[in-house]
Design a binder for this molecule. Structure first.
Ligand SMILES: [Zn+2]
Ligand SMILES: [Zn+2]
Length: 306
């Protein structure tokens, strides 16, 4: 039997391993409180929600409330919640956490995991919905026990819809555009902003215009105050790429009359293996901050991700 391939999904500092044909279908909220739904080819398969617990946190009480919600919502949907069966031995590999795993429903039972991490003080709720899966229990165990809800070194994995990169945890997601064929994620730590863009059907796009034109087009707003950009070809991630920097303005008077509003650097390359164009933009109010922000383009893994 072929072993099912898994990849690590990552969102807002939460990551876990899932089968490779499950993909992000819906997302809400922010780092503090939010949820994502991952769909298989035909149906929703997995849901994750996270939040900070109340002041007087108690896992037993949280679990009790959650269990009631599960029962109520099942009945609302006309499902029979059946017996709720608490399962042990699912999440021993999650140190520093209190967890509760249970299963409910008749037919294909739904697997749920409630986890509280003492270190990052996060409550995470995971729900796996089997669909005639051959071995749902080992799969639930594999996914639940792979949960990571905070990063050990400060860099957090964002990994979804074929885009994989690390971002320092102090950068928060300000805006996300998740269209089929076009993804843009904007992060900020107040002084610096970093944007990551992934565009599909790259070869087809490049038949009509070159990489620099494509970057200018997708970064139109970002480059509004930097009309005079210099784009140089440079190898990026083993691919042909381009780095864009503003042309230094000559003359003191010109600089006083037309002051620059911060510093910017943009990167773009074509990943032939995936037929995708990747663009990264770093913006900072200071040159020093820009170098740091600009180094983040190196954390995008355009191919060979596992
Ligand atoms: Zn944690
Ligand atoms: Zn690549």
């Amino acid at each position: 039997m072929n072993e099912e391939k898994y990849y690590t999904f990552g969102w807002h500092g939460i990551s876990f391993g899932i089968p490779e044909n499950w993909e992000l279908a819906r997302e809400t909220g922010n780092r503090k409180e939010g949820s994502v739904r991952l769909d298989g080819i035909y149906a929703p398969r997995f849901e994750v929600a996270w939040k900070k617990p109340d002041k007087h946190y108690n896992l037993k009480a949280v679990f009790g409330r959650y269990r009631n919600d599960v029962e109520k919502s099942a009945r609302r949907k006309g499902q029979d919640p059946g017996e709720i069966e608490i399962l042990g031995g699912f999440t021993e590999s999650l140190p520093g956490r209190e967890t509760c795993v249970f299963r409910w429903g008749s037919g294909d039972p739904v697997y749920e995991c409630v986890s509280f991490c003492r270190e990052c003080y996060r409550l995470v709720f995971m729900r796996y919905m089997p669909q005639d899966d051959a071995d749902p229990a080992p799969r639930a165990k594999r996914i639940f026990s792979s949960l990571r809800d905070h990063s050990e070194n400060g860099d957090e994995l964002w990994s979804f819809l074929g885009l994989h990169f690390y971002m320092p945890g102090n950068f928060s997601l300000e805006n996300a555009v998740l269209n089929s064929g076009f993804i843009r994620m904007d992060f900020s730590d107040r002084k610096e902003t970093v944007s990551v863009i992934m565009i599909s059907l790259a070869q087809e796009l490049l038949e009509e215009r070159d990489l620099t034109d494509i970057m200018r087009f997708y970064l139109k707003k970002d480059l509004k105050h930097f009309r005079n950009m210099d784009f140089k070809e440079e190898s990026m991630h083993g691919h042909a790429g381009v780095i864009g920097r503003p042309v230094k303005r000559e003359g003191r008077l010109r600089r006083i009359l037309f002051p620059e509003k911060g510093c910017i650097r943009v990167f773009g390359w074509l990943c032939k293996q995936n037929n995708k164009i990747f663009i990264a933009k770093a913006f900072s109010l200071s040159e020093q901050g820009l170098d740091e922000a600009a180094s983040m383009h190196a954390h995008i893994r355009c191919h060979s991700c596992s």
